[in-house]
Design a protein around this ligand. Structure first.
Ligand SMILES: Nc1ncnc2c1ncn2[C@@H]1O[C@H](COP(=O)(O)OP(=O)(O)O)[C@@H](O)[C@H]1O
Ligand SMILES: N[C@@H](CCC(=O)OP(=O)(O)O)C(=O)O
Length: 264
């Protein structure tokens, strides 16, 4: 029933993780990026306003530089992200361009959210892009911002997507990943894991079933997705955690169907 609220969502933040837009080999999953561009362009045509928060800069950079593992040194990670971010935007430009959908790149750093002036300026940019019908594509500015890619810091694009959802007064945050939603235990390790379809309130018990990730490219795993949903819930924004395997499910979600995990 509560999923009906999703049907009315006009302004939507969609976050896609590295594991979704790369193959396990590390190569870029062009079909996934292309599908995402087609569906988002179609949603725009239907009158929705979509922000895409896309990870994958480090993954795409690793692919281009021929790295099999994430570089260990911070400066190497940053350089890899700088290479990869340009590749990501080149591909998005191509795929969105096929549907005549304009896109914009917004690279954010954590300090933006802590400063009223920067927040206002950033909001004004988003708002103007919405007015022009442009899809903003957001990532952290990894080349200069150490918070996100340094191991000992707790920054990631799940949290970033929630902060963007709050900043732009979104109606819905959709976090797409390689798993279909929140399970009662890590489904990658437990084949019997059960999908939790509805969360009224994020409790400590639920957070405790979430683990990080064993992926070579993902950051934060399920923990950061749940923490992100806490940020949005506080502002009355619903979050859906769903799988990216079949991107057409984005339509089902927006029709109020029971897909993934709905977090009130
Ligand atoms: N309780 C859980 N339910 C679902 N996924 C979980 C859970 N605990 C840990 N995970 C892990 O979270 C991973 C998704 O996070 P991550 O690898 O960071 O993806 P992304 O790149 O999409 O952000 C899954 O592959 C899974 O291994
Ligand atoms: N900003 C980084 C991604 C960080 C991140 O949170 O990654 P992910 O867990 O794949 O969403 C990048 O573009 O590589």
């Amino acid at each position: 029933m509560v999923r009906k609220a999703v049907k009315d969502a006009k302004r939507i933040v969609i976050k896609i993780g590295t594991t979704s837009i790369t193959y396990p080999s590390g190569n870029i999953n062009l079909r996934k990026m292309e599908g995402l561009a087609r569906i988002i362009s179609d949603l725009q045509n239907s009158g929705k306003e979509v922000v895409l928060v896309s990870s994958g800069a480090i993954g795409a950079g690793m692919d281009r530089m021929g790295f099999m593992q994430k570089p260990q040194e911070l400066k190497e990670k940053q350089a890899t992200a700088a290479v990869g971010q340009a590749i990501l935007m080149q591909l998005y430009q191509k795929f969105f361009g096929e549907y005549n959908q304009s896109i914009a790149q917004i690279l954010l750093t954590a300090d933006v959210f802590g400063s009223k002036i920067k927040r206002t300026n950033t909001f004004n940019t988003f708002d103007t892009l919405f007015k022009f019908g442009v899809v903003p594509i957001v990532n952290e500015n990894d080349a200069i911002s150490t918070e996100e890619i340094q191991e000992e810091c707790f920054g990631d694009n799940d949290t970033l997507s929630a902060m963007v959802a709050v900043l732009v007064n979104a109606d819905l945050l959709m976090i797409l990943s390689d798993v279909e939603g929140l399970y009662d235990c890590n489904p990658v390790k437990n084949p019997d894991a059960k999908l939790i379809t509805y969360v009224e309130k994020m409790t400590e018990d639920l957070v405790s079933v979430a683990e990080t990730t064993d992926s070579k490219v993902g950051t934060g795993g399920m923990i950061t997705k749940l923490l992100a949903s806490k940020i949005t819930s506080r502002k009355g924004i619903h979050t859906i955690l769903a799988g990216s395997k079949d991107l057409n499910k984005i339509y089902d979600i927006l029709e109020g169907k029971e897909v993934g995990t709905f977090i009130k």
